[in-house]
Design a protein around this ligand. Sequence first.
Ligand code: 5AD
Ligand code: SF4
Length: 448
Amino acid sequence: MPVVEKSNNIVSETLSFTGILQNGGKKVYIETYGCQMNVNDSEVVMAILKGSGFNYTEATEDADLILINTCSIRDNAEQRVRGRLNYFRSIKKKKPELLVGVLGCMAERLKEKLLEEEKIVDIVVGPDAYRDLPALVREAGTGQKAINVLLSREETYADISPVRYDSNGISAFVSIMRGCNNMCSYCVVPYTRGAERSRDPQTILREVQELTNNGFKEVTLLGQNVDSYLWKQDDQNTTFAQLLEMVAQLNPLLRVRFSTSHPKDLTNEVLHMIANYPNICKSIHLPAQSGSSRVLELMKRGYTREWYLSRVEAIKRIIPECAITTDIIAGFCGETEEDHQQTLSLIKEVGYDFAFMFKYSERPKTYAQRKYTDDVPEEVKSRRLQEIIDVQHEISEQTKLNYLGKEYEVLVEGVSKKSKHELFGRTTHNQVVVFPSDTHNVGDYVRV
Ligand code: 5AD
Ligand code: SF4
């Protein structure tokens, strides 16, 4: 019998030789949608399945098990997943013993409904139940549908070394916390990923050390709201600023990035830490969502336009030449033309390096879906989004011009697709740089 233990109310299976014998040679293909967090979750899933005898395959046709790690953030993210499930159906027709599993946020949001709606799906697993996957796969192998969507207050997969199956060998994501307590009125994440919990800093340091030992040169510390990271042990607290410092001190040649910062929680202590350590990258992702205080209040973001701008001012004061990027939502419930103009003016005032820009998409169960009316017509949302994109495009061009004629250190990530005599990599500001070179290698730091 495989070793089964109870943890966090989830039946979990530790690595067992029985598992390896049972699944020896079985191949798993995994596809990931949504955020960086999901990319890292898929690596955790691969580690769990590898411990149970599965091997990774890049080809859907070779797979005995196809997993799709999903996102629920906007309706179109879910529609894309449904499209992929349709494609997997055609594979399963030719190979009836193939198992298909849905992981992640969509699994958590839809639960059993997913099994009813998508007959092709055999396994449904929420973000906190991945340790249960080997047992669920075995159950599905007997012809039963298998599901575990229990959320946990403790699970951080702290002890699992993610398998970097689709990596450039240079940069890696490291989760430092899971879940979210913010309850922004538009957002489904607190429902799909549960309550916020931080990961033991010692396990984070161990993972980062292991990565550097294996030649990795860059880590991105991940959390829905990294500024609220807090680990309490024996009357001693570790804050995000302290964690950042501990990671930065591990190796001066390791670049450290992090995402996502929340404007209401970003402290000057963190900003000083970024300024003090050359290996902490000078780039902050600070989602604004809107430039109108009235809309921000409806969104329950916990800050005003003025507060947001004061944080931007602090970044620019404490960290000279820091890149700032953002997320913007167009057409939230009740957004007027005046609110929209304020968003456009915020974008110009901050001068973002880059922005992710979205149309508002109503999500079931959220505060906005229950209490507000999704009242901005689709064509108005589209027009406003286009105006936001156009303004940001112009700003991005201007910020790029500011870098022109200067010298930056680039961490080489690969060979350019256009020419094998050109390499590409990123600056501390996360700007991609392509440059001619026949002498440098992937993983080198090059002054360009
Ligand atoms: N509709 C549109 N965009 C959304 N986001 C989150 N929820 C929604 C929604 N319901 C955006 C936010 C967030 C990013 C990850 O996705 O901008 O920062
Ligand atoms: Fe990530 Fe949010 Fe999408 Fe879940 S819903 S995958 S947390 S972006």
